[in-house]
Design a protein around this ligand. Structure first.
Ligand code: ADE
Ligand code: ZN
Length: 338
């Protein structure tokens, strides 16, 4: 392992943009299909991996929703979460704020409670056995309508004390944040944080809407915000966290080449960018792989990496005291590894 790789691995870090359904590895997909007696449209793990060539977000989403069909029981969701946590423990990940898409499951007849109880059990086990803390974010699917989002918020009512926030994901273009203004307001009134995917494929106007109509606490992706200098100024002035996903951006053709990834530019513009994996089983890399890839291909300094690690905790939904403790750990590591 190179010196840089070792430095990255030891650096305490948080993951703030991870769709748990996107951590479903083909091996586990086959195991769950066998366990649940489901026929897969693929003959082998290799065949599944070969199908993971995407030219845009929708290409990916079609196969991602299909893959989720093997998730049926509470145990399946717990196993999915634990497999992810075990994998990122090796990357020096200390805290995760994970997304789940309840509508992908409730629309197939899987009760909300099966999904939430399974994930929460996996999260509790990861904290006990791996020392990784985590928080859960309920994402509304933006290709569905506002009524469906409200029904999902209602289904979540018994779990509100175990959810940290709501998010907005799925097909971005044609589904602007403003479509969900009222349900985000209702979520805020229930004490939930708000985040939204914006500016992944959608225009800077969608990032403005996420700020102004949804009152978000973080922007997921945000790449296309760079096209609008006034927006960049606003995001920097607010200290708004962007949860950036480099390998996802490459696989979904948001960037042509990692060398041209804007992560360094974002930091230089004073934006609170973070590095995350999005859907690691589909995009060829977990948290550590994303960090290594941008460090090497974009050419980040150790100082940049420490800034990214600090941003991952300051942009989290931990308490101020927890944030301060985690950031002190980052600084102590940087000083000792210096
Ligand atoms: N759902 C899972 N991954 C996503 C992404 N990168 N963008 C939008 N919706 C998603
Ligand atoms: Zn995402």
């Amino acid at each position: 392992m190179s010196g840089l790789a070792r430095f990255i691995q030891g650096l305490p870090k948080a993951e703030l943009h991870l769709h748990i359904e996107g951590s479903l590895e083909p091996e586990l997909m086959f195991e769950l299909a066998r366990r649940n007696r489901i026929a897969l449209p693929f003959g082998s793990v290799e065949e599944v991996r070969k199908a993971y060539a995407f030219s845009n977000l929708q290409d990916f989403l079609d196969i991602y929703y299909q893959g989720a069909d093997v998730l049926r029981t509470e145990e399946d969701f717990k196993d999915l979460a634990l497999a992810y946590f075990r994998r990122v423990a090796a990357d020096g990940c200390r805290h995760v704020e994970l997304f789940f898409d309840p509508q992908t499951h409730t629309d197939r007849g899987i009760p909300f409670a099966v999904v939430a109880d399974g994930l929460l059990a996996g999260m509790a086990e990861a904290e006990r056995s791996l020392g990784i803390s985590s928080k859960l974010i309920l994402c509304f699917l933006r290709h569905l309508d506002e009524d469906a989002a409200f029904a999902t918020l209602k289904a979540a009512e018994p779990y509100l004390d175990r959810l940290v926030g709501v998010g907005l994901d799925s097909s971005e273009v044609g589904h602007p944040p403003s479509k969900f203004e009222r349900v985000f307001r209702a979520a805020g009134e229930r004490g939930l944080k708000r985040v939204a995917h914006a500016g992944e494929e959608g225009p800077p106007e969608y990032v403005w809407e996420a700020l102004q109509a949804l009152n978000v606490d973080r922007i997921d992706h945000g790449n296309r915000a760079l096209e609008d200098p006034r927006l960049v100024e606003r995001l920097a002035a607010e200290g708004m966290t962007l949860t950036v996903c480099p390998l996802s951006n490459l696989k979904l053709c948001v960037v042509d080449d990692l060398k041209a990834h804007p992560i360094k530019r974002m930091l230089d513009l004073g934006l609170s960018a973070t590095v995350n994996s999005d859907d690691p089983a589909y995009f060829g890399g977990y948290l550590g792989d994303n960090w290594q890839a941008v460090a090497e291909r974009v050419g980040l300094t150790r100082e940049d990496l420490v800034t990214l690690a600090r941003n991952s905790f300051s942009g989290s939904f931990l308490t101020d005291a927890e944030k301060a403790r985690r950031i002190a750990e980052v600084d102590a590591y940087a000083a000792s590894a210096g």
